[in-house]
Design a protein around this ligand. Structure first.
Ligand SMILES: Nc1ncnc2c1ncn2[C@@H]1O[C@H](COP(=O)(O)OP(=O)(O)OP(=O)(O)O)[C@@H](O)[C@H]1O
Length: 356
């Protein structure tokens, strides 16, 4: 079966300009040669540290920023080759949800106006039935029809994100890019939005590209995970495989670094050592080598290509050796991680039980 979304060698290098003449003095290599597939109804998580290129990938998929190179193909149509009018039509099938719905919702538009706009633009409602369609959308996303008259500032964070989800859902997309959709919310509200996204996926067969730095949410949500380091995919695997047998030392470090500690709570977290190098001048060879506990001479000069190792795609010269050593993932989950997974599970069960 061919994939719904095919991404091939996606690259985005931002020029850095200096001086009065705005001469280009370098390039921020935000995303380089990223390739992956997403099937209908599937969730692919894109994870990595802040600044590794996750949001740039998300925006380039929808051509909210123009890729430097590479192709994005949705359902057989090459999005990266479309002229503007056709691109606008195509966006009906690809939507995005941002971390901060405040930033993506127009504060001067009521929810009714916000949701009516895409419905009318894409011919999915008429002036005669648009109120009804807006009310249905709100109910589908766990809001009430009377919320239509409200403005973004009148909602709580969780409700506002539900409006963001409703706006993305309005055009009945095949794919939604979720860019850190729950990172700004309280943990209990996070679980509600995660469950809403899962329910919508089950009802409408939507595929998600789920961008997140939160491995607990990713583990709960994703079918497959792509791990990105300095703009390149360094490992991609089914979720269970990735957490049970991380094969890239960076993936191991990310898993060891999660969960993030709450103030006042003990944590067994081991932060990824060192800092993310500048994307202006990534290290030669394997870009992770300056931070890698397993790096050898070869890693400093020879960039490892992605290759298949035991059901995983991994870019490490020593992937087999990494998986053989005891992994951080094999330790029992910490109290905080267990508590978060319990909350996610409890929220899901309460939605399934109509009497709860
Ligand atoms: N418009 C831009 N111009 C120049 N550099 C940019 C631009 N947007 C992003 N970058 C750079 O590209 C790199 C990747 O940024 P990006 O926001 O995609 O990372 P991220 O993984 O999503 O991080 P975060 O989780 O903090 O949002 C960073 O080095 C960032 O500074």
């Amino acid at each position: 079966m061919s994939a719904l979304l095919e991404v091939r060698n996606l690259t985005k290098h931002f020029p850095v300009r200096r001086g009065v003449l705005r001469r280009t003095v370098g390039h921020v290599q935000a995303v380089t040669d990223v390739s992956f597939d997403v099937h209908a109804g599937e969730t692919l998580a894109v994870v990595g540290e802040s600044g590794c290129g996750k949001s740039t990938i998300g925006r380039a998929l929808l051509r909210l920023i123009a890729p430097t190179a590479g192709t994005v193909t949705l359902d057989g149509t090459e999005v990266t080759a479309l002229p503007d009018p056709a691109l606008r039509e195509m966006r009906r099938h690809m939507q995005i949800i941002f971390q901060d719905p405040f930033g993506s919702l127009n504060p001067r538009m009521s929810v009714a106006e916000t949701l009516a706009e895409p419905l009318l633009l894409h011919g999915l409602a008429t002036s005669a039935n648009v109120r009804q369609k807006v009310a249905e959308l709100l109910e589908t996303c766990g809001l009430q029809p009377w919320h239509a008259a409200r403005f973004p500032h009148e909602f709580s964070g969780g409700q506002r994100q539900r409006v963001g989800v409703a706006r993305a859902l309005a055009t009945r997309p095949r794919l939604i890019v979720c860019d850190e959709p729950v990172s700004a919310l309280d943990v209990s509200v996070q679980a509600q939005i995660v469950n809403l996204l899962q329910d919508l996926q089950a009802s409408f067969g939507i595929a998600y590209v789920f961008i997140s730095h939160d491995l607990a949410v990713v583990r709960h949500m994703a079918d497959r995970v792509a791990v990105v380091y300095l703009g390149r995919v360094v490992e991609e695997a089914p979720t269970a495989t990735l957490f049970a047998t991380p094969r890239h030392p960076y993936t191991r470090s990310l898993i060891a670094a999660a969960p993030r500690p709450d103030p006042g709570l003990r944590s067994d977290r081991q932060p990824v050592r060192g800092d993310l190098p500048s994307a202006l001048a990534p290290p030669p060879g394997c870009a992770f080598h300056p931070r890698c506990p397993m790096a050898e001479a070869r890693c400093r000069t020879e960039r490892p290509a992605l290759r298949a190792v035991g059901g995983t795609s991994v870019a490490c010269h020593f992937a087999e050796a990494v998986a053989e050593s005891t992994t951080p993932a094999e330790r029992p989950p910490s109290d905080r991680l267990r508590r978060r997974l319990d909350i996610l599970q409890a929220a899901r069960e309460s939605r399934e039980d109509p009497h709860a």
